[in-house]
Design a protein around this ligand. Sequence first.
Ligand code: GAL
Length: 332
Amino acid sequence: MDKKYPTILFCFVLLQINLPAQTKQLPAASAKGLTTDMDGNSINAHGAGILKYNNTYYLFGEIKKGKTWLVANQSWEDYRVPAGGISCYSSKDLITWKNEGIAMKSLTGNASNEIDTGRVIERPKVIYNGRTKKFVMWMHINKNDYSLSHAGVAISDKPAGPYTYLESVAPNEQMSRDMTLFKDEDGKAYLIYASENNMTMQICLLNDDYLSPTKNYIRILENQHREAPALFKQNGKYFLITSLCSGWDPNPATYAVANSMMGTWTQKENPCVGSGAETTFNSQSTFVLPIDEKKGQYIFMADKWNKFDLQKSDYLWLPLNITNGQIEIKEN
Ligand code: GAL
């Protein structure tokens, strides 16, 4: 896919917003994105998501390590780096991160294995199942030519893992690429994924154990070519931020709103404002973390991909505010 949007230079700006005490320093930290863990090592957690459990934040992301290569005979810039499995970091304050090690290992030497390093293991998201007392991870599983397009599931007894990979599925025989997970207040959980060759998103209710899709699914944002979903809720309304599909290159985000997960989703404009809004500030969405739902304060988490050297990809965290039902993401 061709690069359609110019890259911009990212200016480091201290942000001033009114966040609760525990995240007082976060705006400054978030302007740089995630940087180093408490040992001083760079955080390796791309396409990340966060699980909050027992007052601790667990960050899960793709481990990108090694030389980037271009997959042959693709119609788009299919740059890949060895899929190093899924990392986990924990934090009480979203600033100091402890490396919890590899939450889910990838395997080497057998390209037919679904979690081989030569394949695609992306966008891990974890939720907790209160009934089964298990932590459940879903992720994008693919062959490096994107001919599989499945959602993979793994399970653990502990939040930081280790997670045991179970299998991958095509939910209701539908393709599943970029994805996220959402657990609602009533305990129901949903898989949200780019489907139909990335033309349409789908939302599928998971079974009660969160380990498999039900037959209950809807098609949303039809023919809109969206990916990188990040879903959250405020005051009974559901919000879904997505990017356009342009491979590793940034593009304008949009968001959609619904009154219920399986209801009608209405597409809105770009939630980003100010300089850089047309490239989502040179980034692509991965997750939205609630900070204070009542006040409409969230953190927008995104990736700044470096397609020629994917292990050098960076992160961007920005405050996301909802005012009168409208999302706003600003750099300053
Ligand atoms: C992007 C996607 C990333 C990664 C990349 C591969 O569109 O959002 O997660 O899969 O494509 O080119």
